[in-house]
Ligand binder design. Sequence first.
Ligand code: LMR
Length: 402
Amino acid sequence: MFFDRIEAAPADPILGLTEAYKKDPRTDKANLGVGVYQNEEGKTVVLDCVKEAEKRLLVAETSKSYLPITGLPEFGLYARELVFGKDSELVSGGRAISCHCPGGTGALRIGCDFIHQQNLSTTIWISDPTWANHYQIATSAGLKFERYPYYDRVNHNLAFDKMMETLSQAKEGDVVLLHACCHNPTGIDPTHEQWIMIAKFLSEKKLLPFLDFAYQGMGHGLEEDAYGVRTIAKYNREFLVSSSFSKNFGLYSERSGVLTIVSSDVETSERVLSQVKIAIRTAISNPPAHGEKIVTTVLGDEHLRAKWEDELKAMRDRIKHMRAMLSEKLKASGAGDFDFIVKQNGMFSFSGLDKEQIEMLKTEYGIYAVGSGRICVAGLNAKNIDHVVNAITEVISKTKKK
Ligand code: LMR
């Protein structure tokens, strides 16, 4: 027998929660685990601009033949416009190449594969805490990871000094993975001044920045959320960016991500592209088409683009409203001071609840959140928020008594 010795792996810390949530027969349950936007009705619906683009594609599409290995050129162009801004020389100057990868995860993986295959580095520095998948993406690509402290649990802030102190131990050539905005899971991002310091530091220390940009537009806005990446670009000639249309377009299942690699000159960039193509060819051959055609259709049409920006703003505003409600209601219920929730960016709130409290929320109240204490605020709505607040308040009081 070949497979007898295979040991059962634990469920995925995030996606496993959705599986468990779906099986839960309770009606007053809430899925605050996975980072997926839900509307006021608790539904993850297709954006109107996406529906419209799909209608057009259905009529216009004449072939399902393979796409180029790196995806459609105009898709890469639009992706770079969003990341760097319309007027940036990195959009079409030739120093940056973009490849369509399956989701932000695919972009991270192809980026790590490229780094490993080209012997660019052996070590990647990852924030602690971070998105649980980062560690296994890096290690399965053959990289070692080191952790740098990120979160000051007492003040609910960025542990900036500790982060920089730890990163100063990195060796020349090491990769530093940064969350470009809406840090997952803490929701705490560097300030503008801190981004400048980080960008200069990475350049001076000759470290290779890799920006995970999965949440553009979910924090403060498309332009505002790009501050970190654009600051890195200002001070660093070479870096990688993985971006994603899963959240801001709601295209979760279409796996539309982009790996962008910026080189110091056009000629180097061409060689980089030739090698990345091999990394993609060996991993996935070529990308799935539907998601990138949707994005290309929306971003290439003035009317659809405006609609998209409105829909994105509506998602962002609803999340902000839920943050405010959650913190107000927790205060009113006597759970404690949760003002810090409104300072956090993006889909998540790092609640400060511990593993035991999160487990109680699940078993006793049908509320699913990530073991680290991360709550997906985008899963809250007017109907479930009181149940959630009541559950958190009771769990805090029960665990205090012990
Ligand atoms: C999350 O952090 O919940 C999302 O990025 C979804 C995922 O793949 O984990």
